[in-house]
Design a protein around this ligand. Structure first.
Ligand code: PMP
Length: 449
């Protein structure tokens, strides 16, 4: 038995993987990534793959960036962990300050946690407690969207809109009010017209706020695209219109930029496209450049102020984990922000986004491809069975086979339902964008015409 075979055997036997049907996990030989360098990952057999999904949409500058490695090593030489309960640490202090400085101006305080779901949990609990602290506990409902994904913890699933998760965990979830997905509204009810869709969606939001605004704590929206639902971009004006209406009806606006933050949209934060200044902002994924689990919830001054009281009153925020504001993660995140501050990463994005858009054209009209969608440096291509012009039956796992084929050809992608996704490191080069597009094209087309 080779070392890889032994690892595969133990992986199947002991390692329960996330979002995975373990009975079938062993059908394919588990793919075990041993190391990575730049935009490439290497498996235990030395096979190299271009990472077209930035690990899980988080390795912004690729892998093993010398500056991020150095920041981590320097911090290990000082302290790996210290609690944020009753103590502080320099990287966390600098990072909180830096995040307040670079996020929309409304946001003045930074609360750390470990992953995107938690950044959302924090925002939900802050919004709920904000209204309680102000003596208005009747404002307890959350307004959310069909198809929303905000994470997999109980609160984050509650404000999410995936029917499957609600079917399984419904009895654990708190009730929410649900609005239509702006993308679905645009294409199902408004013949694709973005202006009409935005007007219709905002009218629905306003009538909900008129009817029930007095009971609504917050509206939560992803940052301009429903990512995990299949990269469903919002028509323009949704975020700005939502902010205007939330202010008019005294409802907090939570923007979840876990997926869109740190350059993915083409700007540092997606809120910037429509000059949106939310009351709460959830960040994760790219915050530590894909190095360590770190997330943050940024809060506006009025939100923070509602938690202030003399010692002993029950206004303080009840949240905090063992690893909150971990100095290693914060030190790497600071260096990640320093890389962005130098400007070259963001300056290169318009060209890369345009190249991706142009390259996606060739998938249009293919018998084996359905919708092609893009939002900044994220794209999805639907795989279609040419015989039926519909997705392949889920159980056939054809998308997995296509991704496996792409991997054999040297490109690492991941299926998302019936979609193949392209969410590369922002450091991807022009030549590598072509390689990703060509390889996925060939892997999808192979044997299908
Ligand atoms: N919010 C959004 C918009 C996301 O895309 C995700 C993850 N895909 C999350 C929250 C949850 O983040 P995590 O997986 O780090 O908990």
């Amino acid at each position: 038995m080779t070392e890889t075979e032994e690892l595969r055997e133990w992986d199947r036997r002991y390692f329960w993987h996330p979002f995975t049907q373990m009975q079938c996990y062993g059908d394919d030989d588990p793919w075990i990534i041993e190391r990575a360098e730049g935009n490439y990952v290497y498996d235990t057999e030395g096979h190299r793959c271009l990472d077209a999904i930035a690990s899980l949409w988080c390795n912004i500058h690729g892998h093993r960036h010398p500056r991020l490695d150095a920041a981590l090593i320097a911090q290990i030489g000082k302290v790996a962990h210290s609690t944020a309960l009753g103590a502080s640490n320099p990287p966390a202090i600098h990072l909180a300050k830096a995040l307040v400085e670079i996020t929309p101006a409304s946001l003045q305080h930074c609360f750390f946690s470990e992953d995107g779901s938690e950044a959302v949990e924090v925002a939900i609990k802050m919004a709920a407690q904000y209204w309680c602290n102000l003596g208005r506990p009747e404002k307890h409902l959350f307004l959310t969207l069909d198809n929303a994904y905000h994470g997999d913890t109980v609160g984050a699933v509650s404000v999410g809109g995936f029917p499957l998760f609600h079917a399984v965990y419904g009895h654990l979830l708190f009730p929410t009010l649900r609005l239509p997905s702006p993308y679905v509204l645009q294409w199902e009810d408004c013949e694709g017209d973005p202006l009409q869709a935005t007007t219709a969606w905002l009218a629905t939001l306003e009538s909900t706020l008129q009817d029930q605004g007095s009971e609504i704590a917050a509206l939560i929206l992803e940052g301009g695209v429903q990512g995990a639902a299949g990269i469903l971009p919002f028509p323009p004006g949704i975020l700005a219109g939502a902010q205007r209406l939330c202010r008019a009806y005294e409802v907090l606006l939570i923007i979840d930029e876990v997926a869109t933050g740190f350059g993915r949209s083409g700007k540092l934060f997606s809120c910037e496209w429509e000059s949106v200044e939310p009351d709460l902002l959830a960040l994760g994924k790219g915050l530590s450049g894909g190095y360590l689990p770190l997330a943050a919830t940024l809060a506006a001054e009025h939100v923070y102020a509602a938690f202030l009281a003399p010692f002993g009153e029950t206004r303080q925020f009840y949240y905090g984990h063992t690893y909150t504001a971990n100095p290693l993660a914060c030190a790497v995140a600071l260096e990640n922000l320093a890389l962005f501050a130098e400007g070259a990463v963001l300056a290169a994005l318009p060209g890369k986004i345009a190249q991706l858009r142009a390259g996606l054209q060739r998938f249009h009209g293919r018998s084996w491809a359905g919708e092609v969608r893009q939002f900044g440096m994220m794209a999805a291509i639907a795989l279609r069975d040419p015989r039926t012009n519909a997705p392949y039956p889920y159980a056939d796992r054809v998308e997995y086979a296509v991704c496996r084929r792409a991997r054999e050809m040297g490109v690492y992608s991941r299926p998302l339902g019936d979609l193949l996704t392209i969410v590369p490191p922002l450091s991807v080069t022009a030549a590598e964008i072509d390689i990703i597009l060509n390889t996925l094209y060939d892997a999808m087309a192979e044997g299908r015409s």
